[in-house]
Write a protein that binds this ligand. Structure first.
Ligand code: ME8
Length: 519
């Protein structure tokens, strides 16, 4: 298993034009699972998320609610924080682009670009989609409309500062394609990398990085009549949050250069271009290191349609929590389809998976096993005479596959392995029928009974450790039933040196309350 001492993971910072929905929740839960796993493995993790608050889209949203824009942003940012608290998101920093330290960093960054002669002032006319917060080219339009928002872009003609993006095309291509290049960064999954290199090969235009008539944003330090383009403002969050531009380090344990570059930016594929081309080019122009990895997960529809207020199919995280609870919602989001692929989400499908994976499989296993230990063994588990863990080889293999999934963001692999372990135990119990052995007084039957329950509780211990990042509260509850004296993190780290787990002899196992009531 590869390990970093420090691990810096980010989500996009979300627009505050509305409260979070399950699209934002999906990315944030994924980053949380990675962060929790890394912490359990002993890494010093920094998990950054936040909100993107400037620009025309936010001004429009505030005006639509007849609210002062700053108050409006405060309200929605608080809504995001509250949603993440309810979902058990363990972020370390929640950045807002209206934070003064961020605004200072943006001034320093754009001022630096100007000093390095990376900017030109010139006239531009284009079609701007406010919902995308970007200019659309003729080829991107569909029947004159933005293909994503089905709205007519606004024709804008103004004098702006342009960043020499085209100058970086060859260098970016080389960096992305040559895996041995010292500045190489990974783009995952592979098809996203192909998408980026394919587009880069077609050419690259310079981009306007300021707006002449945008009152809600950060004025350029060298020309306060112009406001920093909202995407440039937003991307800088990844470095302003870890102290870029600060003289010393105040709020973090390490200096800027200790945290930056990020180990992974987790994003949705909709914002791939900004993260894989514009952001690296801006960093190159500023002489800063590039992120190590960009992972773009897929986009999902809800009941087969794009999620939108007009269609009326927007699902909020609170709705999921109301039905399934926070832990199961986290699990179900990541179990829906492979991370990196597109997919569809529906409450019916969630209910089906909840019952199949959680209520009938894992939940059933925990309740029947702890019940049997109490009923047949008086709640006390002893190591059966002559017990070896040789028949748990398969479990060890599944455990390492699951752990690998957590490191490579293949959550589906982790979930599949956990379910296999649980199915393995349920089948083992069905086959061996411990209830029959329990009614026998023959010593060999007693021994066999002890062995079966010992084996199963041991596998349950493996499952509990793997559930820790996915379902932190539930996993802690199960851990509490197993009479385990050590912290989960210590046990996981111990497994790095010596794979395999054991249980103390005479462990007192408590009967589990229902963890996943059937839906
Ligand atoms: O783009 N499926 O913010 P945003 C999967 N502020 N993921 C989804 C999704 C869906 N249907 N809908 C949203 C912005 N997401 C900028 C980012 S970063 C410097 C600035 C998730 O509020 C996914 O992570 O539009 C996507 O990339 C993000 O929300 C877009 O959030």
């Amino acid at each position: 298993m590869s390990l970093n001492k420090r691990f810096f993971v980010t989500t996009p910072i979300y627009y505050v034009n509305d409260l979070p929905h399950i699209g934002h929740t999906y990315t944030t839960v994924a980053a949380d699972v990675v962060s929790r796993w890394r912490r359990l493995m002993g890494d010093d993790v920094l998990f950054l998320t936040g909100t993107d608050e400037h620009g025309a889209k936010i001004l429009e949203a505030a005006a639509g609610k007849k609210k002062d824009v700053r108050e409006y942003c405060d309200e929605i940012a608080a809504g995001f924080k509250n949603a993440w608290k309810n979902m058990g998101i363990s972020y370390d920093i929640f950045i807002r682009t209206t934070d003064l330290l961020h605004e200072d960093a943006v001034r320093k960054f754009t001022g630096g670009l100007n000093e390095k002669k990376e900017l030109n002032f010139s006239k531009y006319e284009g079609r701007y989609c406010i919902q995308c917060e970007k200019y659309l080219t003729e080829t991107e339009l569909s029947d004159g409309l933005c293909p994503d928002h089905k709205t007519k872009p606004v024709v804008q003609s103004e004098e702006n500062y342009f960043f020499n993006l085209s100058k970086y095309r060859d260098k970016l291509l080389e960096i992305i394609q040559d895996t041995c290049h010292p500045q190489h960064f990974e783009i995952l999954p592979a098809e996203r990398k192909n998408e980026i290199t394919g587009k880069l090969k077609k050419g690259l235009d310079d981009i306007s990085i300021s707006r002449a008539e945008m009152p809600w944003g950060i004025p350029l330090p060298f020309d306060p009549g112009q406001t920093v383009y909202v995407w440039v403002d937003a991307l800088i969050n990844y470095i302003s949050a870890v102290g870029y531009g600060l003289p010393g380090q105040k709020n973090l344990n390490y200096a800027f250069s200790d945290w930056w570059p990020a180990d992974v930016h987790i994003i949705g594929k909709d914002i791939l271009w900004f993260h894989c081309v514009i952001w690296p080019a801006l960093l190159l122009a500023s002489g800063l290191p590039l992120p190590k990895k960009i992972f773009a997960h897929g986009y999902f529809t809800v009941n087969g349609q794009k999620m939108s207020k007009t269609v009326g199919n927007v699902i909020r995280p609170a709705e999921l929590i109301d039905i399934f609870g926070a832990d199961a919602s986290r699990f179900l989001l990541l179990a829906a389809f492979p991370f990196g692929s597109d997919g569809d989400i529906s409450l019916d499908d969630f209910r089906e998976k909840y019952n199949a994976y959680l209520a009938d499989n894992i939940g059933n296993l925990i309740s029947r096993t702890t019940n049997m230990v109490e009923k047949y063994l008086g709640g006390r588990l002893t190591v059966p005479a002559g017990w070896t863990d040789s028949n748990l080889q398969e479990i060890r293999q599944l455990f390492s596959e699951a752990a690998e999934g957590l490191e490579s963001l293949s959550f589906e692999k982790t979930i599949r392995s956990i379910i296999s372990m649980s199915t393995f135990c349920n089948q083992y119990i069905d086959r061996e029928e411990p209830w029959r052995l329990a009614s026998s007084v023959a010593p060999s039957d007693r021994q066999k009974l002890q062995k079966i329950l010992y084996d199963v509780i041991l596998v349950l211990k493996h499952i509990t450790l793997l559930l820790a990042p996915l379902m932190p509260e539930t996993s802690a509850k199960i851990w509490g039933l197993l009479d385990e004296k050590e912290e989960m993190a210590a046990v996981i780290r111990g497994m790095r040196d010596k794979p395999g787990l054991s249980l103390p002899s005479g462990a007192e196992i408590k009967k589990s309350p229902p963890l996943f009531p059937k839906q």
